[in-house]
Design a protein around this ligand. Structure first.
Ligand code: C5P
Length: 398
């Protein structure tokens, strides 16, 4: 972390006392640290302690009442390599999620140009409240990296999830960020994600349970490493915003194929995560089908295999990764797909594992490489697996 500029935002939670240790760890590694404190945080830890340890003045107000000097939040927002807000209270989280900027810290967040990390800390019921979950999801979609709270003893006397991650682990998280940052700079990545919807008539469709979480997490991980990403997304509830991200929303397999065909040749890496419907109705009625007979037969026709098309057109310089979701004999089927679709690697997730697959935040995968070598990963969050998958791909470009 030598020479890295860290802007540390401190808000008013009891975990603020741990920030003294966190600053010591940063300084030990010769990082430069500047701190912004919310007025409430000064009740939990003294600005004098923070100023002494960070070896810099502490910023609290928009302007200094003694000499009338204005603190420029725009300059502060441009200064760091990383803006870390720890601990982050439910109150400041809500402000960040809505763009409310009533103090120097929240105003600087809106001006920040660097990667933002947040380490929430609050009592367990506040942490578990749907409002908090929604606010965290919002920041996640804006590209903020969340260092989730941990379980343990809380200041209230209760035991549960809400403790700020320990300073050592926060430092580790930043180490990983700095290690990978820009490791994919200049690479162009095309990703398909989510389900496809195949219209039966104007109000009905054939779809599947894919949420798009895995594909979006992979897109985010590539963006964090400096890549340029085209995300071709079927209908999902997810959003992702980043200056290097282009999102093309599609509905059906044919539409997804069209966007892939228009773009694949100008991309270097393809990650095909989408759960594309294998079949679509042969006729898409223009009027709603009326309820009449006891039985109704729909005739389906096979959809194009988008990944197989990309594999067929693949140039030597391109890297193509597909996914295989199987309910049985997963590895055997995946091997066959790897060869038949001309892939460089395939990620296998089996619905046989608890906590893996559609809708879950976790997944259990294996990656099979071109030489049929298998790497198994334990059950992890989709975000962590996205890191593993992107790290796996990046090794092919070393
Ligand atoms: O053959 P199967 O559908 O199991 O293959 C799964 C892989 O192929 C996934 O990577 C998926 O995104 C891709 N696929 C596709 N177009 C299809 C079917 C699957 O791109 N029509």
């Amino acid at each position: 972390m030598k020479g890295k500029k860290i802007l540390l935002g401190i808000t008013g939670g009891i975990a603020a006392y741990k920030i003294a240790f966190l600053i010591r760890l940063f300084k030990k590694e010769e990082a430069e640290v500047k701190c912004i404190m919310t007025p409430a945080s000064c009740d939990f830890i003294s600005p004098l302690t923070i100023a002494t340890l960070s070896e810099n003045p502490v910023y609290i107000d928009f302007w200094n009442q003694k000499d009338g000097q204005w603190t420029n939040h725009v300059d502060l927002g441009m200064w760091p390599d990383v803006f870390l807000i720890a601990p982050l209270t439910a109150n400041t989280l809500a402000k960040l999620a809505t763009g409310y900027c009533d103090n120097l810290l929240t105003a600087t967040y809106l001006s920040a140009k660097s990667q933002v990390f947040i380490a929430p800390a609050m009592d367990l019921d506040m942490y578990a409240h749907p409002t908090t979950t929604n606010n965290l999801n919002k920041l996640d979609a804006y590209g903020v990296q969340i260092i989730p709270a941990e379980s343990g003893f809380l200041a209230s006397g209760l035991i549960g999830k809400g403790r700020m991650t320990e300073p050592e682990d926060i430092v580790k998280r930043l180490h990983t960020f700095f290690m990978f940052q820009n490791s994919m700079l200049g690479r162009k990545v095309l990703i398909t994600a989510g389900p496809t919807h195949e219209h039966i008539d104007p109000v009905r469709f054939i779809g599947n349970h894919s949420t798009g979480k895995m594909g979006y997490a992979i897109a985010e991980e590539f963006l964090n490493r400096g890549a340029e990403v085209l995300l071709i997304s079927g209908p999902t509830k997810l959003t992702l915003v980043h200056p290097k991200l282009q999102v093309k929303d599609v509905v059906s397999a044919n539409e997804m194929l069209g966007v892939v065909q228009d773009n694949w040749q100008s991309y270097e890496i393809g990650v095909f995560c989408a759960a594309v419907a294998d079949y679509r109705p042969i006729v898409q009625e223009s009027q709603k089908i009326k309820k009449k007979e006891e039985e109704l037969a729909l005739t389906l026709i096979k959809n194009p295999d988008i990944l197989a098309w990309a594999g067929e057109k693949k140039k030597q310089s391109q890297f193509l990764l597909g996914f295989a979701l199987e309910t049985n004999n997963a590895l055997e089927y995946a091997d066959k797909k790897l060869v038949s679709k001309n892939l460089d690697a395939i990620v296998v997730n089996s619905l046989e594992n608890d906590g893996a697959g559609f809708g879950y935040d976790t997944n259990k995968i294996s990656i099979i490489s071109k030489n049929l070598q298998i790497t198994d990963f334990p059950l992890k969050s989709k975000k962590e697996l996205a890191t593993d998958i992107v790290t796996f791909i990046s090794k092919s470009f070393e």
